[in-house]
Write a protein that binds this ligand. Structure first.
Ligand code: ZN
Length: 449
């Protein structure tokens, strides 16, 4: 069975849900999805050429005045979606998937009550991953990254953001970014070697390394002088991010660094107000960062400032879950007018999970969000927080045909089947790149040509 067609009509979709537009949806707009019943999707050369209800297509096909595109869609090879639901591929807009070594022991320390910042002060935490990642070759990082990306793909993630930040020195930071670049290169020929598309972020300012202990400003100056120019010259990252947190990079150091990174041409992201209410959320708004991430301790005034600035609030419920912290109040962020994105924060320390199904469950059960808002947070708003919403994140004409078929009659099941992976097929730029083997028996694809 071929898995790539340059032109086909996916029909017999029970329900198709998609946000609309190429800008982040904020506030009440997050819940406004286009919902189609008995839908079909016409794909040409990896892009969506038409999407709508079958009845509309049929009517167009028999109408001599209908435009030729819609007639073509009616005549194109047909793929049977098996009365499954369809949604855009998920965009996981905050991850740290390139690292070496594990920290399972620390996971259990935390369950015994050792606090995150205490582990950090002991020289554990991030610095353990730094040690292991410094010792890894680029090839090892590529292999580790590929395995994690494959897992993400199986969960319906078609685009992922990946951060450096486990090197904290020039060579290792660049090696992490080179590993991501190599993995991106795999995607040139789909479906062979398919992994999600990768958007890279430079997070050299993830922690202060031993070499600069007690001198965070000197370390930031080193990153600006010795690393960022190469990242820029080789186009290795779109964003610069910083771990703005008490005892790591304080507010003034963060502002100083980010202003210079912005002047060097990078868009900005911040790890903000995760552990202590330092004010990173307000700084993100002040600097018009593309996103501010975590926000567990964000103040009311700063939440309002985010909404006003149009900075996307990227909430990471799996981290709160893993750290047993109270969840960010997604409902409140949305009611305040923010655009909320949801992401995994997959990393070896505070959140060793890529589970999109668990994100849906937590968003709806613990964060006061509707399943529609959660879907927007994992598609359009994730794409907007990576500045690629003109290309992915919704199922609209002209966008990449990145979409999922779910083992459910409606996308409303995404949170209802709590923590369960409903994704049975993943399409990337129109090509079937992942298929749940167990679903093969249940889903006849004989109608494929
Ligand atoms: Zn993070």
């Amino acid at each position: 069975m071929p898995s790539v067609y340059n032109r086909y009509c996916l029909h017999n979709i029970s329900e198709l849900w998609t946000p609309e537009g190429s800008l982040a949806a904020a506030g009440a707009a997050m819940a406004r999805l286009k919902k189609l019943h008995h839908a079909c999707l016409y794909v040409v050369d990896g892009r969506i050429a038409w999407v709508g209800e079958e009845s509309a297509l049929a009517a167009m096909g028999s109408d001599p005045a209908a435009n030729s595109l819609k007639r073509e869609a009616a005549l194109a090879p047909r793929i049977d979606a098996g009365e499954r639901a369809c949604v855009p591929g998920f965009v996981d807009s905050h991850t740290h998937f390139v690292f070496a070594g594990w920290r399972d022991d620390e996971f259990y320390w935390r369950t015994q009550g050792v606090p995150y910042m205490e582990i950090h002060r002991r020289g554990g935490g991030i610095l353990r991953s730094v040690e292991a990642t410094r010792a890894a070759t680029e090839g090892e990082l590529i292999d580790l990254g590929r395995a994690r990306l494959n897992r993400m793909l199986s969960l319906g993630v078609t685009t992922v953001e990946g951060k450096s930040g486990y090197g904290l020195d020039r060579d290792t930071e660049l090696r992490q970014l080179y590993a991501m670049r190599a993995l991106k290169g795999n995607n040139q020929v789909l479906p062979l070697g398919a992994v999600p598309d990768i958007v890279s972020t430079f997070l050299g300012a993830h922690s202060v390394p031993h070499e600069f202990a007690g001198r965070p400003r000197a370390f930031l100056a080193y990153l600006l002088d010795a690393v960022l120019p190469t990242v820029r010259a080789q186009n290795l990252a779109s964003f610069v991010d910083i771990f703005c947190e008490k005892g790591v990079f304080e507010l003034e150091d963060s502002r100083w660094y980010l202003e210079r990174a912005r002047a060097a041409g990078f868009a900005l992201k911040l790890h903000a107000d995760e552990v202590a209410p330092l004010g990173g959320t307000g700084l993100a708004a002040e600097l018009a960062a593309v996103s501010a991430d975590h926000l567990l301790k964000a103040s009311e005034a700063h939440i309002q400032a985010l909404a006003k600035a149009g900075t996307i609030a990227c909430l990471l419920p799996l981290t709160a879950f893993s750290l047993r912290e109270p969840y960010a109040n997604g409902r409140h962020f949305i009611d305040a007018g923010c655009a909320v994105a949801l992401a995994s924060d997959f990393n070896p320390g505070s959140c060793n999970s890529q589970s999109i199904p668990l994100i849906f469950a937590l968003a709806v059960l613990q964060m006061g969000m509707t399943v529609e808002e959660a879907l927007t947070g994992l598609t359009l708003n994730g794409a907007a927080s990576l500045k690629i919403a003109d290309r992915v994140g919704t199922l609209e004409i002209g966008k990449d045909a990145d979409f999922l078929l779910l083992d459910a009659p409606s996308p409303s099941h995404l949170a209802y089947h709590s923590g369960m992976n409903l994704v049975v097929e993943v399409y990337k730029r129109g090509a079937l790149v992942w298929k749940n083997g167990n679903a093969l028996d249940a889903a006849p694809f004989d109608s494929r040509v």
